[in-house]
Design a protein around this ligand. Structure first.
Ligand SMILES: [Fe+2]
Length: 443
């Protein structure tokens, strides 16, 4: 049969081409599988930190016992463990909310972390957002150190340096391989990852290899707050008065009636916390190294999230939406119902305008639909790219390396873009229970 086909010249070429494609496919698959492996040491890091449980992960070069000793003080009176192996994942359960625990995983020196408070507690919360932080080099280190220095210089009484990190996606360039994750994430952020939970979003570079979901342990069953998502691609967590939803704008169905956005609707309908923050790698509004007006840019993901996710988020009372992807900083006015391209922006969609230092008022004291949200692109935590900055919804833009520190206290949220030298280059606040209800195009 094959010999007969081979005898025909056009088919001969087709068969040869098919064989080449198959060969390339096998080679590529092998390469992807190989790059998902990392056999070096990985120091202990926190995953799925919730008020009553945490997962401790680490990796050893040789087989070793997966044992964690832990407790509320340095005596480490409790023990949890699994069998021998190289990749360790130990769950500590029965913890108390808002409590510091000390732990020693494997033979590593002890570290400590603080469990989140009981959801709904009116405690001050500090979140630190890094975006597109995966480029190894001076920029990454400068951004990290400048933000840590700023937080140390601006402490919150006896509270920790911050409460949780948000990694907005593209956490390891170029292809999110396991060795690249070690070099860009677990290496430079290692000392922080063992004491603080960094909640990640899935970026396009993370999706190039099979590593992200192998190194992360994320809440599929609502362990950290919100309703179960049934997947690690998207999930929610609570921290005191703040509910955070993390969406997968890269690889999951972005249709309004798809599973992710159906979950989002149900999760937000069940949410009772006063503050709502959303995270998605692809920004709904950007005019920088990516352009949200261009439906061909990033496979239409920015358009999809803007058209499909934003109406649900704004109906759920979202206050702040954090993204990366464009390698710069962009921050919007207080927006509502802007779901089209930039030329569809009309005055009724801008609830309040404000450059550096803006204070945006939202009349309801708690969660309320369509009182305005601020959209932040913070994709410059390790590298910069070209940026034109012409989007009319954007109030402040900076082509600078940096990251964003968000403080929520009572009815006020303060966000600051801190550049790689430690200067605050943009700040804004959202104050609830203040101002009057403004009409907008959605009402
Ligand atoms: Fe990206």
């Amino acid at each position: 049969m094959l010999r007969t086909l081979w005898a025909r010249r056009p088919l001969r070429w087709l068969l040869a081409f098919a064989a080449l494609v198959a060969l390339w496919g096998v080679g590529r698959l092998t390469q992807v599988a190989w790059q998902s492996l990392y056999s070096g040491e990985r120091l202990p890091y926190l995953q799925r930190l919730a008020p009553t449980q945490v997962t401790i992960r680490w990796q050893t070069v040789e087989d070793s016992e997966g044992v964690v000793r832990y407790g509320p003080d340095s005596r480490l009176e409790f023990t949890a463990g699994e069998g021998r192996g190289r990749q360790h994942e130990v769950v500590l359960e029965g913890l108390h909310a808002g409590t510091r625990y000390f732990y020693a995983a494997g033979g590593h020196e002890p570290a400590s972390f603080v469990t989140p408070p009981t959801p709904g507690s009116d405690v001050p919360v500090r979140l630190w957002a890094i975006g597109d932080s995966g480029q190894v080099g001076e920029g990454l280190l400068a951004v990290r150190d400048a933000a840590v220095r700023w937080m140390e210089a601006n402490p919150r009484g006896d509270r920790p340096l911050f409460d949780a990190g948000l990694a907005l996606g593209d956490n390891a360039y170029r292809s999110g391989t396991n060795p690249q994750y070690q070099a860009a994430y677990f290496g430079p952020y290692g000392a922080l990852l063992r004491a603080f939970m960094f909640w990640p979003a899935y970026g396009n570079h993370d999706a190039r290899r099979w590593t992200y979901f192998r190194v992360m342990t994320l809440p599929e069953n609502g362990e950290a707050g919100g309703i179960p998502s049934g997947t690690e691609h998207w999930y929610a967590f609570d921290h005191g008065p703040v509910h955070v939803v993390v969406l997968d704008s890269e690889a999951s169905d972005r249709a309004s009636d798809g599973p992710m956005l159906q979950w989002l609707r149900e999760d937000l309908a069940a949410n009772r916390l006063p503050w709502l923050i959303a995270v998605m790698h692809h920004p709904p509004c950007t005019d920088a190294s990516h352009r949200s007006d261009d439906p061909g840019d990033s496979g239409g993901r920015m358009r999809d999230m803007r058209e499909n996710a934003l109406p649900i988020l704004e109906a759920g009372g979202v206050d702040l939406v954090l993204s990366g992807h464009s390698h710069s900083y962009e921050r919007s006015h207080l927006l509502d119902c802007h779901y089209g391209t930039s030329d569809t922006l009309v005055p009724g969609m801008v609830m309040a305008r404000g450059g550096d230092g803006a204070v945006f008022e939202k009349p309801s004291a708690g969660r309320a639909a369509h009182e305005g949200a601020v959209y932040v692109v913070a994709g410059s935590s390790s590298k910069l790219d070209s940026a034109e900055f012409g989007h009319p919804a954007i109030a402040a833009s900076q082509r600078r390396l940096g990251s964003v520190v968000i403080d929520v206290a009572g009815k006020r949220l303060d966000a600051r873009f801190i550049d790689s030298e430690g200067s605050v280059r943009d700040r804004f606040a959202i104050v609830k229970g203040s101002g009057t209800v403004r009409p907008n195009v959605c009402r």
